[in-house]
Design a protein around this ligand. Structure first.
Ligand code: PMP
Ligand code: GLN
Length: 393
């Protein structure tokens, strides 16, 4: 018995884990290392650009459907500056209401009823829901710890005559894995052999650590023409509430995504589009410092979780650390996360919700480290209490 009024396409999707866990954090006054949002805002100059746009009356009324020209030009310049891609701002860029809408519009535009979409699990929660809303079927390919490496044989085995596209997320939420060139080359080969499209969710493109390079799959030979690449101002400039995202790719693919996007929000976030354009034009130092700051936070939380006794899978990118709870005598991450606020005043996300193979995800939990250092330290102090309890959920 599902929800009585809900279409079969959305049965079982319920409330997102992020909403559930953020509500739990508020109710229990716990430290929220669940939902991935920074607890400090992004650069002043970007914030000021939004205030100026509102004051000057730019974007207060519906912006153009594909996005304001300033932002489309800025996205194209950014793709050229960082990746050497030549992108036409008029036909190859689409501004969206966050990356969430770009993902939804891409999947609704590109998948027909009964088509199959391959996604690497654990996968971001909106992927499964959007594939289902498109009337399509997801085919998961599991990434396994400790390094969540691509299993090329499993990828090949997941391809069927109904496969339409591969949904790739790198840097990868929730594991923090960054797909390397060899893995991307294997994905590109499979895509080209079977004439598949690729939807590349690269919202964490600037958040890689230890000198690890983010490689957009669209830069690989033969891939630009079959790839829609997605970015997010929320992630790159730490204003997750503004909901400015974008999709880039060859004109026919972007046109298809635009057709679906028109009937979702039509347009969104007018003044914030101007501000995102200012963000994308920030000098290289901004991106370097941003990454270094986050790397320090990753190091702090990773070391803290290890001290407390978690097995930590050190992320190469994103906001997130995945850890295994087995060392606490527990194996049910969902029960563990639901009990954690009461046990020690910290909220985390159970990775199992991102898996079809629930056994693979059961003992894994995700902690966000995009928080102030003292908040992370306090969270680790609280989690240390787990060591002194017996085993529990
Ligand atoms: N993709 C991934 C992998 C994400 O983690 C998120 C959420 N932050 C999004 C897409 C959505 O991004 P936005 O907030 O720009 O909609
Ligand atoms: N992307 C964020 C995360 O993974 C959550 C965004 C949301 O709540 N939809 O934590």
């Amino acid at each position: 018995m599902g929800e009585p009024y809900l279409t079969s396409k959305l049965q079982g999707f319920g409330t997102t884990i992020f909403a559930e866990m953020s509500a739990l954090a508020v109710a229990t006054k716990a430290i929220n290392l669940g939902q991935g949002f920074p607890d400090t805002d992004g650069p002043d100059v970007v914030r000021q650009a939004a205030l100026d746009a509102i004051t000057d009356g730019r974007g207060n009324q519906y912006p153009p459907g594909p996005g304001v020209p300033e932002l489309r030009v800025a996205v194209a310049s950014h793709q050229h500056r960082f990746y050497g891609l030549e992108v036409d701002p008029d036909t190859q860029v689409l501004v969206t209401c966050g990356a969430t809408e770009a993902v939804a519009a891409a999947l609704l535009a590109l998948l027909d009823t009964g088509d199959e979409a391959i996604a690497f699990e654990p996968y971001y929660d909106s992927y499964a829901a959007c594939i289902s809303m498109a009337g399509a079927v997801r085919r998961p390919v599991t990434l396994r710890p400790p390094d969540f490496a691509l299993d090329v044989d499993a990828l090949r085995a997941a391809v069927t005559p109904r496969t339409r596209l591969i949904l790739l997320n790198s840097p990868h939420n929730p594991t923090g894995k960054v797909f390397d060139r060899e893995e991307l080359t294997a994905i590109a080969q499979v895509a080209q052999e079977h004439d598949l499209l690729v939807v590349a969710d690269e919202v964490y493109e600037h958040l890689t650590f230890d000198g690890v390079e983010h490689i957009p799959v669209a830069t690989l030979p033969g891939m630009w023409e079959r790839t829609v690449t997605i970015g997010s101002a929320g992630k790159s400039f730490s204003f997750t509430g503004w909901k400015v995202g974008w999709a880039t790719g060859p004109a026919p693919l972007v046109a298809a995504v635009r057709t679906a996007k028109q009937f979702l929000t039509y347009v969104a976030s007018g003044p914030f589009q101007y501000a995102a354009a200012v963000g994308l034009a920030l000098p290289d130092e901004y991106f370097v410092e941003f990454r270094e700051d986050l790397q320090r936070k990753r190091d702090c939380l990773a070391a803290g979780l290890e001290r407390v006794g978690f097995e930590v899978f050190r992320p190469q990118g994103t906001y997130f650390i995945t850890a295994d709870i087995s060392s606490f005598g527990a194996d049910d991450g969902m029960a563990f996360c639901r009990a954690l606020p009461d046990r020690c005043g910290v909220v985390a996300i159970p990775n199992v919700v991102f898996y079809d193979d629930v056994d693979a995800g059961r003992p894994l939990v995700r902690f966000a480290f995009c928080k102030r250092m003292r908040v992370l330290e306090e969270a680790v102090d609280r989690l240390a209490g787990l060591r002194h309890e017996g085993s529990a959920p």
